[in-house]
Design a protein. Structure first.
Length: 447
């Protein structure tokens, strides 16, 4: 890594990234197209603007190279510019990207997806996860004739659309009448979910949740939700944006053997190319089609939903996962990283403050203060030390492009970060090590 430091203080600086961030903010609200990529998520003046990436590494416009985790918000699970994916994309781009009628690529992509996720009977592609989850909710409302949506309160994000965003602190612009139609249930608690369904008897159209999170589903939980949904006549929707491919090629439903009525996939499906999918039972999905006699549902209709090169990317990704055992590799790399970070934290006596959580293929970390409470200040300290060591890690979510040497270097950097963390804990104040304002949560009412 070619770091740049000021001569006077030795402080790590990113002058070109700072200038680029100013240009971004002048033209783009928030300075990024995803709030989770905003510079408020990084230490002050240490939000690198990316020049390019290859494999598990990215380079910023200042010339620094980083080992990257959480690549593309978990979308680039095979590493950047994967040769088989980019070759499949190039091949289709040369044949045209969008037509006035469906292309054969749509046939092949649908067949491939349904072979990969055999619990689904039909699929429709889109460009982002929000459109897919909202289509699932709309379809559930149409099928049941009910208006309320029940979402899992323990999951951070489902959609940019009003039915979900109205439940967050960033609810400005969303009518309260819309917010009243969304209710919530806790993950892992069947009794609480049944109480909710009983309280709103015959009003709840669907239960929507991520089938797995940072912890494994309690024994019998997903099967219990399936039974509750059937008994109360609502639609069970699995949001598999994250669990799809990272848990298994067929998602969490394939791993745990519980079949939802509808499910949504995205992120890893295209290795960074824009493609998502709504899949599910034929009886429901066909309501958005032409071969039925009932009322039509405007399911998904997007100009770019079937761009040939994105669907080609998705097919290549599925082939690579199946042929190369990618899911198993993600777990192996994650296990090595988690063990190394935990050992490093324990060795510096901060093991109760830097906590690695989640399935090995989808690791996150918590930064806790002197009292064991989540701390944005300590997160800032930790991120700053990782960046200075050439590790860009808003999470510890691995890609299959990482090498064991990358993992080992990351652990070495974590050791150094833990040493500073220990000093801050001993001082009872991380402020001297922050370099400015702390990082901020994505969902907050005020900028």
């Amino acid at each position: 890594m070619t770091t740049e430091h000021t001569e006077a203080t030795g402080e790590f600086v990113l002058p070109r990234s700072r200038a680029a961030n100013e240009r971004l903010h002048a033209m783009i609200p928030g300075g990024a197209h995803t709030y989770a990529k905003g510079d408020d998520q990084y230490p002050k003046n240490l939000a690198p603007v990316i020049s390019h990436g290859r494999g598990a590494h990215v380079w910023d416009v200042d010339g620094n190279r980083y080992i990257e985790y959480g690549s593309g918000l978990r979308s680039v699970s095979l590493g950047h510019a994967h040769p088989r994916v980019t070759e499949a994309v190039r091949r289709e781009i040369d044949r045209g990207s969008n037509f006035v009628r469906p292309s054969m690529v749509e046939v092949e992509a649908a067949e491939r997806f349904l072979a990969t996720v055999p619990t689904a009977e039909m699929v429709k592609f889109a460009k982002n996860g929000s459109d897919a989850t909202t289509a699932a909710v709309r379809l559930a409302r149409a099928a049941t004739g009910r208006t309320r949506v029940a979402l899992c309160a323990d999951h951070p994000f489902f959609s940019t659309d009003d039915w979900f965003i109205g439940t967050t602190p960033m609810s400005a612009g969303i009518p309260e009448t819309t917010n009243e139609l969304t209710v919530s249930f806790p993950y892992g608690d069947l009794a609480a979910t049944e109480e909710l369904l009983t309280r709103y008897q015959d009003e709840i159209a669907c239960l929507i949740l991520e089938p797995a999170t940072q912890t494994e589903p309690p024994p019998g939980y997903l099967a219990g939700l399936r039974e509750l949904a059937d008994r109360h006549g609502c639609v069970l929707i699995f949001d598999e944006m994250i669990t799809g491919f990272r848990w298994s090629e067929a998602g969490a439903q394939g791993l745990y053997g519980v079949v939802p009525d509808l499910s949504t996939f995205g992120k890893a499906l295209g290795n960074g190319f824009a493609v998502s999918a709504l899949a599910g039972r034929r009886e429901l999905m066909e309501r958005g089609g032409l071969r039925h006699s009932g009322e039509r549902v405007f399911l998904l209709s997007t100009t770019h939903g079937a761009e040939t090169h994105s669907l080609a990317a998705a097919m290549a990704v599925q082939s690579i996962y199946a042929e190369e055992g990618v899911t198993a590799r993600l777990h192996a790399l994650g296990e090595r990283l988690a063990a190394g970070v935990r050992e490093a934290a324990a060795g510096m006596e901060v093991g109760e403050h830097i906590v690695v959580r989640g399935r090995a293929s989808n690791l996150v970390f918590a930064t806790l203060d002197e009292n064991g409470q989540p701390s944005q200040e300590y997160r800032t300290l930790f991120l700053r030390r990782l960046l200075e060591g050439g590790v860009l890690a808003p999470s510890f979510v691995v890609s299959s492009a990482l090498s064991e040497a990358d993992i080992d270097h990351t652990v070495d950097v974590v050791v150094q970060a833990c040493a500073v963390y220990r000093k801050a804990l001993d001082a009872g104040d991380p402020t001297p090590w922050l370099g400015g304002r702390p990082v901020k949560p994505v969902f907050r009412r005020l900028a």
